[in-house]
Design a protein around this ligand. Structure first.
Ligand code: ADP
Length: 720
């Protein structure tokens, strides 16, 4: 019987393609990896389904090869298709993410030596030591070290034939977890209650829980109990722990390793390619049972996913903004549903969406009320900058400086929080008033003093700091405006010349090793004052940190997007929550020009529920998420005229539907990036509307000219 196979290719194509299965092939199943022809190219793809092609009268190209590679498990395949439908993105883009681990080579085998069984021609005491140690294959240098001899002795034995060279596969970077190992701590009653609920959910099909507790209340401790239960219940079960940032993974990796006496698999951009390939294959084979990773770990080929934890679930970096645009927290819930698994969303400051789901009973709401071991949360005081105004060119108010001095004298640590990289967010020419921007882009250049460059944070453009204004050519006329962390460091240094001061931002810690080193130095008390962007606002545990100064609490409120207040509250609450752990009480001083703003009041009173209620009311009134749904369409291109014509046609093609409003087209706030002009539409729909269906219908009515690009963003988080 002739067969045709539907093959999904990892390319941004609208759909899967049909191919003929050559006669005599072993049967193909969904998930199998094959090579298919596409034009002149041959591409790795995945079988979606195989059908009888009898009577099918379109000519089909035959598949080229069935690959001897692990198939994508059914759960992965279903997830890829669901995710692309939900996000209105080409399914091949989701597949490309799922196959990314296979792009890398496998780790090289390791050259080892092992005793051949043949005695050497001449035996010496040193040679005896080596042969005694060489029963199992070891790298030559390691063998010499263990035997306590020089490497020449080992080499001599190889030349003699008493040792032979044997290649060993590279060791796996993860181990087999032992779920019966004991937890690190006896859980307190509120932790036990939460852990018991989660344990009772394990193996019961799809369940979702919101683990809601202030920083340090033991959320990690609790979700590791759920992981233990999942691993113990089923010897094939796999667990995924998602984290928003690489800097956080190290601490969690260590705790998982301590809890289960084996390192878990690690998946993020900082992991070397060959190790990713190894992990991909081990996950597909079911050999790797715990993965700790960044959002893309959700697309790994799990065979039997029993539990997904989304730690710091409110974090905006779960939204991927380019390539395949998706929100990993929401996708984690969807994947758990498809797999019949438990999903645990953990946060000290949950997203409004998750709080709403918890309030309305869709997620089980587990609240950890207290911080473990510490009776009180830090005292939060608002500093009204209209009253305590810092001197011109300074950013620290007198009450904050006084508190820093007291903290320093006690030998305790201060964290100054300012979510702004570099020295100054803007460079202005005093002579002509020009604000320097990146070429062909509507974005200010940020001054970086460490590197003495002006940098565009949007496009990555950078240039050496000029000594003349590029516009009017005036000499020495450029002045920095406003503070970044580098400038704050300068101010702290001038106030506390003896103190050990460090800046923690993505510029000072560009890779995970450096971030880890920075966190370790702070934890070990080697830093007195840390000046940090959001890199340090979450997750880390600094026992001697007792003062947090929030330098510009109003920063996030100026953005004017849907989640501005929510994000500001989360960030400030997380930053303030850094102060005081273990046995030392902490305090947080929050500098603001708007102490009467609802966000600041709720923060001072540590009244998250009041903030949530007020914010949810606002959203309900305006039909915004979680009470309505949003999508953005962004059209861009270099030719302003062509773009204008296209967006007009797009606007005219918008389907009419009850419960859907379309706003736009309007210039995007970032209206020009790298020479491309950008226009946006915003779609708001009632909850019961099939938003994806609406968007697909709309897109199908227009043809996007080749020089333009149209991007769909379902549930947008960025409104730029
Ligand atoms: P969260 O994830 O909510 O921030 P963690 O699980 O990291 O909290 O716990 C914070 C700190 O308190 C950690 O150092 C943890 O080891 C400790 N801890 C948590 N629960 C207990 C407990 N029941 N007994 C002793 N120490 C605990």
């Amino acid at each position: 019987m002739p067969l045709r196979a539907q093959i999904l290719l990892p390319l941004p194509l609208p759909e899967a393609f049909d191919y003929a299965v050559p006669e005599g092939w072993a049967p193909l199943s969904p998930g199998d990896q094959v090579v298919a022809p596409l034009g002149p190219r041959q591409i790795r793809g995945v079988v979606l389904q195989v059908q009888d092609a009898t009577g099918y009268n379109r000519p089909l190209k035959p598949l080229v090869e069935a690959l001897d590679a692990p198939p994508l498990p059914p759960g992965s395949l279903a997830f890829i298709q669901w995710a692309s439908r939900y996000a209105c993105q080409p399914p091949g883009e989701a597949l490309a993410m799922a196959l990314r681990g296979l792009r890398h080579p496998r780790p090289k085998p390791i050259r080892c030596v092992v005793a051949s069984g043949q005695p050497p021609e001449r035996m010496t005491p040193a040679r005896r030591l080596v042969l005694d140690a060489a029963a199992a294959p070891l790298p030559a240098a390691e063998l010499a070290r263990r035997a306590g001899v020089s490497s020449g002795v080992v080499k001599g034995l190889v030349d003699d034939g008493a040792l032979i060279v044997a290649e060993q596969p590279a060791p796996l970077p993860f181990g087999v977890p032992d779920p019966s190992a004991n937890p690190a701590h006896v859980l307190n009653p509120s932790q036990s209650a939460a852990a018991d609920v989660l344990k009772s959910f394990v193996g019961q099909g799809f369940q979702a829980a919101l683990l809601d507790g202030v920083t340090g209340s033991g959320k990690t401790e609790v979700y590791l109990e759920a992981a233990a239960a999942a691993l113990a219940r089923d010897p094939d079960a796999q667990v995924l722990i998602l984290l928003p940032e690489i800097a956080l993974t190290q601490a969690v990796l260590k705790r998982v390793e301590a809890r289960f006496r084996a390192p878990p698999g690690e998946w993020h951009s900082g992991v070397a390619g060959p190790a990713r390939r190894q992990l991909w294959e081990a996950v597909a084979a079911g050999d790797c049972r715990i993965v700790v990773g960044a959002r893309s770990a959700l697309f790994l080929p799990y065979r039997k996913l029993a539990l997904i934890v989304v730690d710091e679930e409110h974090d905006g970096s779960y939204k991927q903004e380019d390539g395949f645009i998706y929100q990993a927290r929401d996708m984690a819930v969807a994947r758990a549903k498809l797999e019949g698994a438990l999903v645990v969303l953990a946060s000290a400051t949950p997203s409004l969406e998750s709080l709403w789901n918890a309030e309305s009973g869709r997620y089980r709401w587990l609240r950890l009320a207290q911080r473990h071991g510490v009776a009180t949360l830090p005292d939060i005081t608002l500093i009204d900058l209209r009253v305590d105004t810092p001197d011109s060119g300074k950013w620290l108010s007198r009450p904050l400086v006084t508190a820093m001095a007291e903290t320093y004298q006690r030998g305790e640590q201060t964290l100054l929080f300012l979510n702004r990289r570099g020295y100054a967010p803007l460079v202005l020419c005093r002579a002509c008033g020009e604000k320097l921007t990146a070429p062909d882009t509507d974005s200010w250049l940020v001054e970086h003093r460490y590197s003495n460059r002006l940098v565009c944070h949007l496009t990555g453009f950078s240039m050496p700091r000029p000594d003349r204004c590029p516009h009017c050519n005036a000499k020495d006329s450029l002045v920095p405006v406003g503070p970044g962390v580098e400038r704050l460091e300068e101010e702290a240094k001038s106030l506390f010349p003896e103190a050990r001061i460090a800046v923690f931002s993505s510029d000072t810690t560009p890779d995970p090793d450096q971030a880890r080193a920075m966190v370790n130095r702070m934890a070990a008390g080697e830093i007195d004052i840390m000046v940090a962007t959001q890199a340090a606002a979450k997750g880390h545990n600094f026992p001697n940190l007792t003062l947090v100064g929030v330098v510009d609490a109003d920063l996030g409120l100026r953005g004017g997007d849907l989640r501005a207040a929510e994000r500001t509250f989360q960030l400030l609450a997380q930053a303030a929550g850094r102060a005081g752990r273990a046995d030392r009480p902490g305090r947080a001083l929050v500098q603001t020009y708007a102490p009467e703003h609802a966000v600041m009041q709720a923060l001072r009173d540590q009244d998250r529920d009041a903030f949530t209620a007020a914010e949810l009311d606002q959203r309900r009134l305006s039909g915004l998420p979680p009470f309505g749904r949003l999508a953005a369409l962004i059209a861009s291109g270099e030719d302003a005229g062509a773009l204008e014509t296209f967006v007009r046609a797009l606007a005219a093609a918008a389907p009419n539907a009850d419960g859907v409003e379309v706003y736009g087209p309007a210039d995007a706030p970032q209206a020009l990036i790298r020479g491309r002009r950008r226009k946006r539409f915003l779609v708001r729909a009632d909850r019961n509307i099939d938003l994806q269906g609406y968007l697909s219908a709309w897109r199908a009515r227009v043809k996007v000219p080749g020089a333009l690009r149209l991007t769909l963003d379902v549930d947008p988080y960025s409104f730029l």
